[in-house]
Design a protein around this ligand. Structure first.
Ligand SMILES: [Zn+2]
Length: 1180
């Protein structure tokens, strides 16, 4: 199948000039330029060969350059006679040079550019054919050379065979690799001045290859290649351009102007690649293990994953990309100049492929490993298993123990042990775990304090990395491996310089520059003009984290949008036309939003991007979700859910920012979502936008913050308050409140009703009543709407009552949802108010006189408006379709409220019994009991009452107690048996209830107190204070503090050895609840929520957390002991305890902690005695 080489012109010049496709054309017709080219140095071949420090990623994959030497040293060079072509007898004397990649021959030893190159990888055999000749056999052509002696010939054969062997050993699939440059950046025909026929030119990596034709290119056998590190490209005329090197100028002519520009750009890119980072690559390759791909072993890898710290080949890099940047961040050693900081390079010299693979590839079964010849599917499977699932990794001994992992990480980052940090991080340690050190709240800060630059660099690049997860199966279907769609868009955009801070002020038009922008292959590039070849800058779509569509006229250019990058930079673009702006936004969003969230692309978003969140049942690990904000709705594509979920921000129950780690907490119905500020810049923007969207945006009903049932929160708060405190207030809604108070209350509620709590004593009922009225009077579009208002008024004229009611019902149906819900809620409220007209003097007519003109926003001259309200109240049940059950529930509520108020006003001594709902064991309808609570009833009596009713027999050691449960705070407090229930009920908020259940800790508490006999306790607890900054509820998190609880006071010390307490509280004024709401992320599950109210009725709330359950029990026992003078359990049951004590009497007088001495002595001894006393007790 091998044919003899093409006829080669061996005839004299004149003849040869006519020969087509002559391999010698280069020298024959451009002879002077090549052979006569100046040589920069007198030394032979190496200096003639332009320095080539870095091999193109795309061409062959030899290995001789691995030592970091800048040159490709010839393995053998010398004069040989080349076989004459057919029809000729004249041998041609050629300077022949062999290196690890190519066998080349030149006219002379001074030449920089060969007449022919034959890739070593395409050589199949070398044979001796006598007469000092040898034949180099490739798949398609044979080349015959004649040496000067047999010895010389044999030496050539030996060296060639060696090189070919070596090549076969290192590349698994001979023949397939390296023949034509793989994946050329550009290829095609170009005229080269001086040649009759067009040459096939290939730009690949940092080289330009010249071939006689496309067939030669396919075979890999070319004329010469030009190392572009010495190249310079210049446009000459419309279609012509010159590639100049110190040795020769190549004058090319393209087919069209357009093509010329593309060629020039490709060659400029090639120069940029050749020049850019060969230095970086060499420094990283200085480590032997970095000289072959960490994943497949291909030589000369010039790509890297900067968070995993591995050097990889181009093909593996492609598959790494598919895993997504939360697993691996792919960069080029040569082209991504900016990313390679000194620290990052050093990091690769310390970790690199060797250390990384000791961890990642500790257990790779040979059957699963890949090689340089592996296909793309195999690679993807292997890389998914290796990095996404962590299948082959070496497990850290602490794997599975989150707390220990985090602790170990905090320790490791202060040392130079990067391998340990790597193992911890990728076995699940949280990169931003709490360190417990307020000065250095994150591992990054710890590393910084310890001066560990490389640890810092490593942590920084892994800020948003996901640790491997084995449970992810079937990687093929996983959205992560889906490459981002390639979107193409281009046009002129106005652009400001990028920023590292949020845009504070309006940017004037003069601050924008017009740039030609292209979006292609996941790159948004901007150019000086549409004629510029090289971009001024590029934004990678995979690094985009957020895209914001600004409101029109936010800046000097009418339409603007912002692009936020992972690197915490922000780019502002602008355009004049809104339509084009929308097109750009859609295109950019499409290029970076993950296909799993493509649903979001259909929305008219103001802001779209990815954020880390926690939510649902698993709060341990943050996941990445895609978020889009549209009006007041936040659309979320959670990682595991099929469809996007809309979150109605105006209906949130709570929206707050949690301190240290910067977490935005959104509480919606029963769900809580935590959005984490992985990066500062875009997170800040999200927080502000979400806060704004969650507030009221205007003065119409639907623009208000809403309850779940679509009633404005403001209305709901006011009605609720009047119902609780104002039903019996004389002239309610008629009397005017204080104008200034009404104004300020309305303003407060309008700003953020969610954060306003109306309290008796703080707010007067008349002020609240007037606030509600003012709200309706000023309401944009009115409650009945401008469109339908007149119809309501007209309906009053209908004489037939039934017809009128049905007309009202029909009109009600035409109201917008929010108006309808609000009207029903208000009329329901007024219906209740008139039921108390005996006390409040406000019957239906009186209420109608007040509310008619208010709701219809008119003066009170005409009673029509009043008539509507009067009708609505009178026919409330019919018009609003209220069923019996609903009615009964309302009656009960009113009853309960009345009883409570009566009892409150008549003082505790009076027998103003009232009914209260108490649950047995848990809050559910079946466990409900309605109990009449006399003013004198104690918690113990209430407990017996409930147990009696339910026929529950109190057994020995069953410590049944009555608990006050606060659902909002997720905390509960067992009432002391002697506490009166009624006053507690008066203070009980809507989120609280009473339940009777066993107090499981009582027995142990009693044992503890009996063994101690003291009434004080000292020790460390984690303390957290709620500080209200700017209404955001910012807090500094939990911190270790030393506490002393004595018979009167609880004192807080900053440290064990502090002399003065930082804070001091009288114990009697403390209400101690067990439990801390999960939202605050307490460090352990053994915590207290403590409420404190001083003499001035100023309230505080803070949290304490213990390390063990026993510790919690002891503190709680001591609190109760101190607050109730030692009596924790009623004396009637003392028999139970006595018998218990008898059993354990030997423990009775063991003092576990030395308690004598002054306070500081005690504290010092306690500090040295950290063991859990109850544990000791059990071991006695
Ligand atoms: Zn590879």
């Amino acid at each position: 199948m091998a044919e003899k080489e093409d006829a080669e012109p061996g005839a004299p010049r004149s003849l040869r000039a006519n020969s087509l496709f002559s391999e010698d054309e280069l020298s024959e017709e451009q002879g002077d330029a090549v052979s006569g080219g100046p040589s920069p140095s007198a030394s032979p071949s190496p200096s003639l060969h332009p320095p080539a420090p870095a091999f193109p990623s795309s061409s062959s994959s030899g290995s001789e350059d691995m030592g970091g030497t800048p040159l490709s040293p010839p393995l053998r060079a010398g004069w040989l006679d080349k076989n004459p072509p057919q029809g000729s007898y004249i041998y041609q004397r050629r300077w022949v040079k062999l290196d690890a990649d190519y066998l080349r021959y030149f006219d002379s030893e001074k030449d920089a550019y060969s007449k022919r190159f034959i890739p070593v990888s395409s050589i199949s055999r070398i044979t001796s054919i006598g007469d000092q000749k040898f034949e180099v056999i490739t798949n398609n052509r044979n080349f015959v050379f004649r040496a000067e002696s047999d010895a010389d010939r044999n030496e050539w054969i030996r060296t060639l065979q060696q090189v070919v062997e070596e090549r076969r050993r290192t590349s698994m699939s001979p023949g397939s690799s390296g023949v034509p440059p793989e994946l050329p950046d550009r290829s095609g025909f170009l005229e080269l001045r001086g040649f009759k026929h067009k040459l096939f030119v290939v730009v690949a990596g940092d080289k330009v290859f010249l071939y006689k034709n496309a067939e030669d290119y396919r075979l890999g056998i070319g004329i010469t290649y030009i190392e572009m590190n010495v190249g310079n490209v210049k446009e000459v005329d419309r279609r012509g351009f010159d590639l100049t090197t110190p040795y020769r100028t190549f004058s090319f002519v393209a087919d069209s102007e357009q093509e010329k520009e593309e060629w020039v750009e490709a060659m400029q890119q090639s120069i940029a690649e050749a020049l850019s980072n060969s230095e970086v690559a060499e420094r990283i390759w200085a480590l032997e293990s970095n000289r072959s791909c960490a994943d497949c072993g291909s030589p000369k890898p010039d790509w890297a994953s900067i968070n995993l710290c591995v050097v990889i080949c181009k093909r593996c890099a492609g598959e790494h990309r598919g895993l997504g940047p939360s697993i691996t961040k792919v960069r080029s050693l040569k082209m991504d100049r900016k990313v390679w900081t000194e620290e990052l390079i050093e990091l690769f010299q310390h970790i690199g492929n060797a250390v990384a693979n000791q961890f990642w590839a500790a257990n790779v079964p040979p059957s699963e490993s890949i090689g340089p010849g592996s296909g793309s599917r195999e690679r993807r499977r292997f890389l998914t298993a290796k990095y996404r699932e962590g299948k082959y990794r070496r497990y850290h001994p602490l794997f599975g123990n989150q707390e220990e992992l985090d602790r170990a990480l905090c320790a490791a980052v202060t040392t130079s042990d990067l391998a340990e940090t790597q193992a911890l991080l990728f076995c699940g340690a949280a990169v931003s775990c709490a360190t417990g050190d307020p000065q250095c709240p994150s591992p990054l800060a710890l590393a910084q304090r310890s001066g560990q630059r490389l640890q810092m660099e490593f942590l920084l690049h892994n800020r948003s990395s996901e640790p491997p997860r084995l449970e992810v199966g079937g990687s093929e279907e996983k959205p992560y491996s889906v490459p981002l769609p390639s979107v193409t868009h281009h046009g002129f955009l106005y652009k400001t310089p990028s920023m590292a801070k949020p845009i504070g002020e309006r940017k004037g038009p003069e601050e924008f520059s017009r740039r030609w922008c292209t979006l292609q292959d996941g790159l948004l590039s901007y150019y000086e003009s549409d004629r510029s070849a090289a971009p001024n800058g590029e934004l990678r779509a995979e690094e985009m984290v957020c895209l914001v569509h600004n409101a029109p006229h936010t800046h000097g250019i009418e339409n603007t949008f912002e692009v936020y990058m992972e690197s915490e930079r922000l780019y502002l673009f602008g355009l004049e036309k809104p339509d084009s702006a929308r097109e750009w936004l859609k295109s950019i969003a499409k290029s970076f939003v993950h296909p799993c969230a493509e649903e979001l692309l259909a929305l008219d978003f103001e802001r779209i991007g990815r954020l880390h969140y926690k939510g649902g049942l698993n709060l341990e690990r943050a996941k990445e979700g895609w978020f889009a904000l549209v009006g007041s709705v936040l659309h979320v594509c959670f990682q595991d859910s099929e469809r996007q979920e809309p979150l109605q921000l105006r209906k949130l129950q709570e929206l707050s920012i949690q301190g240290d780690n910067e977490v935005l907490v959104l509480v919606e119905r029963r769900r809580t979502l935590y959005i984490q500020g992985e990066r500062k810049l875009d997170f800040l923007g999200w927080v502000q936008a979400i806060q704004k969207a969650a507030g009221s945006s205007g003065d119409t009903l639907s623009e208000q913050q809403l309850t779940e049932s679509d009633v404005p929160l403001l209305v709901d708060r006011c009605i609720d308050y009047i119902t609780q405190c104002g039903l019996t207030s004389e002239g309610i809604y008629r009397k005017s409140g204080q104008n200034s108070k009404t104004t300020s209350l309305l303003e407060m509620l309008r700003r953020d009703a969610r954060s306003v709590r109306l309290k008796e004593g703080e707010h007067h009922v008349d002020d609240v009543a007037n606030t509600l009225k003012r709200f309706f009077r000023d309401l944009g579009d009115g409650l009945f709407t401008r469109r339908w208002g007149q119809d309501w008024l007209r309906a009053t004229a209908l004489e037939d009552e039934e017809v009128k009611i049905s007309e009202y019902r029909q009109l009600l149906g035409t109201l917008p949802t929010v108006n309808r819900a609000t009207l029903k809620s208000l009329i329901n409220h007024l219906f209740r108010v008139q039921r108390f007209s005996g006390e409040n003097q406000m019957n239906t007519h009186n209420l109608a006189i007040v509310f008619g003109p208010t709701l219809f926003q008119m003066d009170g001259k005409d009673y029509k408006a009043g008539r509507v309200v009067e009708d609505l109240i009178s026919h409330y049940v019919k018009i609003f379709n209220v069923n019996d059950q609903e009615m009964k529930k309302q009656q009960d509520e009113i009853m309960a409220i009345m009883k409570m108020r009566e009892a409150a006003s008549s003082g505790t001594q009076q027998a103003g019994d009232f009914i209260c709902t108490v649950y047995l064991e848990e809050k559910k309808t079946e466990a409900e009991q309605h109990v009449k609570i006399p003013a004198t009833m104690t918690a113990e009596e209430l407990t017996f009452e409930i147990l009696d009713r339910r026929k529950v027999v109190m057994k020995e050691k069953d410590y049944w107690s009555c608990y006050e449960v606060n659902e909002r705070e997720e905390a509960e407090r067992p009432l002391h048996y002697s506490e009166k229930v009624l006053p507690i009920l008066h203070c009980l908020g809507t989120e609280s209830y009473l339940v009777v259940k066993k107090q499981m800790a009582m027995e142990n508490m009693l044992i503890y107190l009996a063994s101690r006999g003291g009434d004080c306790k000292h020790g460390l607890m984690k303390f957290r204070e709620e500080r209200n900054l700017l209404g955001l509820g910012l807090s500094t998190g939990f911190h270790d503090r030393y506490f002393i609880l004595s018979h009167r006071c609880l004192r807080l010390y900053r440290e064990v050895r502090s002399h003065k307490p930082e804070k001091e509280w009288p114990v009697r004024n403390l209400r101690v609840y067990l439990g801390i709401k999960k939202k605050l992320r307490p460090p352990t599950c053994w915590g207290f929520t403590v409420f404190y109210e001083n003499e001035k009725h100023e309230k505080q709330q803070w949290y304490l957390c213990c390390d063990t359950q026993a510790d919690l029990r002891e503190w709680f026992a001591t609190f109760l002991h101190v607050q109730h003078g030692g009596a924790l359990w009623p004396s009637e049951s003392s028999k139970v305890r006595t018998s218990r004590w008898q059993q354990d009497s030997r423990l009775g007088n063991i003092s576990l902690i030395p308690l004598r001495g002054n306070e500081s002595e005690m504290r010092n001894s306690v500090a040295a005695f950290a063991t859990d006393p109850l544990t000791l007790l059990r071991n006695v």
